[in-house]
Design a protein around this ligand. Sequence first.
Ligand code: ADP
Ligand code: MG
Length: 307
Amino acid sequence: MERKVVVIGSLNYDVCLKQDHIPEEGETCFADQVEYCSGGKGANQAVQAAKLGVNTYMVGCVGSDSQGGFLKENIEQYGVRTDFLKIVEGSSGMSVAQSLYDGGVRGSVVKGANDQVSKEDVDALKGFLKPGDLAVFQLEIPIPVVEYGISFCKEQGCYVILNGAPAAPLAEEALRQVDLFIVNEVEAGFYCGSEILTEKAAEEEIRKMAADLDNVCIYTLGKAGAVVCEGEKCEFVPPKKVRAVESTGAGDSFIGGLCYGIVHDMNIFEAARFATCCSARTVCKTGGQPAMPALEEVLELYQETVV
Ligand SMILES: Nc1ncnc2c1ncn2[C@@H]1O[C@H](COP(=O)(O)OP(=O)(O)O)[C@@H](O)[C@H]1O
Ligand SMILES: [Mg+2]
């Protein structure tokens, strides 16, 4: 039977304002533009996997507000199954970002419904999760639910991926239980306790972490690529040279791509090369979920990598 991907995480309604300056205390300024997007790390990763044709389920909560309906329909349009998505009383997860023309961004996030994801929502997966299925977590839902979910999914025989983003303290036991731990360079700095400024530092730290946690670790390094470490074996996966326009969702696209690779029995280094091609496509378009590529677009780039 086809292995499925079950993402247990966040959905956010993102409001993005474009303006020329950040208002001072007491000032209200005009923004030039507003965009409404479906986001949240969980939803983004699920959408990328689904766009690649992987059988993908989103487990989480949206609010009873109109944004909740928008979020649910939006991911369904991309092919994500919502059988385990709950609608709860109150507001949906939401973010408001003020972005400036020079690239600066300020924002606030309302946890909303994401904060209501519970251990019962994880328990509801009993009998549905099969050995070999992928369970994917990030840290935008309550941490105790993530910790519980990791050990629950391991008991069901799943391959568990943890994206430690946004960086937050987590029980060591949970980190050890996951099969794959993935973070970007900023988050990696948080988990290993020292800033990662060079590729060499990334490799040194990731070797230590992979040995210590005894699992596969991946650090993504933005436009510098990624390092992947499995046991003694560490590999640098170079980025694809593309004309990047916006990096929103790069890491989420990478994780959706990894899911595709793992479901299709690629080894982790091969899966990371495939994931790199997904991200490369994503950074060439604006927006998160709409920018994420379908399988054909990724294969074009990936085939160049292989030959
Ligand atoms: N400007 C870019 N050009 C090509 N690939 C990129 C670029 N920025 C990011 N990527 C790819 O996306 C992956 C994830 O990006 P990164 O910024 O590390 O994640 P996050 O979005 O979590 O911060 C990188 O490992 C790289 O392969
Ligand atoms: Mg980044």
